[in-house]
Ligand binder design. Structure first.
Ligand SMILES: Cc1ncc(COP(=O)(O)O)c(C=O)c1O
Length: 449
């Protein structure tokens, strides 16, 4: 006689989850995710969903990549927890070996692994303050850096992340980011115009609000992620580098979402040729295992006192082993080639939408791409880009319709933006399938009004 208890029904599991999982978490779907395989997720109600979210840009090699899962399983039987303050462990060192040749600049040679992107942001703020002896941090309008207190303080994409949780970490100043919509300018505004506007404002910020001698660092995503999938123009990043060099300010490049081949380069900052002083990675680093990294040059990290960094789970051995296998698979499976080939196809699939009056912009790099829709209300009655002739809430309605048709896709930012973050090894067939679902959903929702 079997002693296995009967399995709870999917409906009862969802009901249990609804009652006992914190209301602080929002969800796309009221279902249990049972299985992940490549570009697909299977839900407990039997639905097989095409996943264009990659768990928010994490499972870059698809769900449960066989080599990554096998490396983690093998490591589980050897050493799970090799605490970083007790000694080194091999996967940690192997991972550094794999990452060194991928760095956007050879000066980035000192690694500190932790678990989440927010934790990496917190550590970068600490390091910047510690090594410069200065306190203030400049962040960008529209930036997202996480939900912990320091990370939340430098997050400026939506008030929803910090609303009712103030006061935040002091010493944070916000500079404008070259995104046309922030200035109510049309989408075809030349990036050179936006760049000089923003660099000029940053210079003013340093004269009017936070003096260079009080400013430890500027933190920026090379592609603003939760702020709308807007790549920073290379000349803007180059301008930041010049200002940082001139004023002895550190440049922190947050590649948590844009890193690891996502934009068609190893790291998005490579489009500008700019050297980060500190670079942050997470998400795609370990293809789903919780791991993040703060990477800097030894000259800076040598100034840190032993014990000032660390963490119980920092650089977990299983996560590091998964990251080593991820880095190997990037090379062995020619992932970068696939990203660039699929990226061209993605833009080609979306191109016909440009003539739809409801579509404001199609933008991005590699497989980090977004479609921005117009809105009848804009962000406020003062937004001159609002368009009373288009339906309301297009991005969320389109994402929901895609879901009804069997695909997960995410919105982003305070604007009407839908973002594409498929697996970097997605096939041409699955990419086309997802784009067809999206285009069909746009047409239906626009028609419904
Ligand atoms: C650019 C960027 N930085 C930091 C974070 C925070 O990472 P985590 O959610 O792992 O704390 C995110 C998360 O989306 C991100 O996109």
């Amino acid at each position: 006689m079997s002693t296995t208890p009967p399995r709870a029904s999917h409906a009862s599991l969802v009901d249990f989850g609804r009652r006992h999982v914190t209301k602080g978490i929002g969800r796309q779907v009221e279902a249990v995710i049972e299985k992940g395989e490549g570009s697909y997720l299977t839900l407990g109600d039997g639905r097989k969903m095409l996943d264009f979210t990659c768990g928010i840009a994490v499972t870059n090699l698809g769900h449960c990549h066989p080599k990554v899962s096998a490396a983690a399983a093998e490591q589980c039987l050897k050493l799970v927890h090799g605490q970083c303050s007790i000694g080194f462990h091999e996967p940690y060192l192997q991972l550094i070996e794999r990452l060194l040749p991928m760095m956007p600049h050879p000066s980035l040679d000192s690694f500190y692994f932790i678990s989440s992107g927010s934790e990496a942001v917190e550590a970068a703020i600490k390091i910047a303050r510690g090594v410069t002896g200065k306190q203030n941090i400049i962040t960008m309008q529209g930036a997202y850096h996480g939900r912990t207190y320091g990370a939340m303080a430098v997050t400026k994409s939506k008030t929803g992340y910090s609303e009712s949780f103030h006061p935040l970490m002091p010493g944070v100043f916000t500079a404008p980011f070259p995104f046309w919509h922030h200035f109510s300018l049309p989408p075809n505004t030349p990036t050179s115009e936006l760049t000089s506007l923003c660099l000029n404002q940053l210079e003013l910020l340093l004269q009017q609000q936070t003096a260079p001698k009080d400013t430890a660092a500027i933190i920026i995503e090379p592609v603003i992620g939760e702020g709308g999938y807007v790549p920073a123009p290379p000349e803007f990043l180059q301008g930041l580098r010049e200002i940082c060099d001139r004023e002895n300010i550190l440049l922190i490049i947050d590649e948590v979402q844009s890193g690891f081949l996502r934009t068609g380069k190893n790291f998005a900052v490579e489009y500008s040729g700019v050297k980060p002083d500190i670079m942050l990675v997470a998400k795609g680093l370990a293809n789903g295992f919780p791991l993040s990294g703060v990477i800097t040059r030894s000259e800076l990290s040598d100034k840190l006192k032993p014990g000032s960094m660390g963490g119980t789970y920092a650089g977990n051995a299983v996560a590091c082993a998964a990251a080593v296998a991820t880095a190997d698979a990037f090379k062995e499976e020619n992932i970068l080639e696939n990203v660039n080939a699929r990226s061209k196809e993605l833009f080609a699939h979306l191109e016909p939408l440009r003539s739809t009056p409801a579509v404001l912009d199609i933008r991005g790099q590699g497989l980090m791409v977004a479609v921005e829709f117009a809105s009848p209300t804009g962000t406020s009655p003062h937004d001159p880009l609002r368009n009373p002739n288009v339906p309301a809430k297009l991005s969320t309605r389109i994402a929901k319709r895609c879901q009804e048709k069997g695909m997960f896709i995410l919105t982003t930012s305070a604007y009407e933006v839908v973002r594409f973050i498929p697996a970097l090894n997605i096939t041409a067939e699955d990419l086309k399938k997802g784009c067809d679902i999206f285009v069909e959903s746009v047409e239906e929702i626009v028609k419904e009004g």
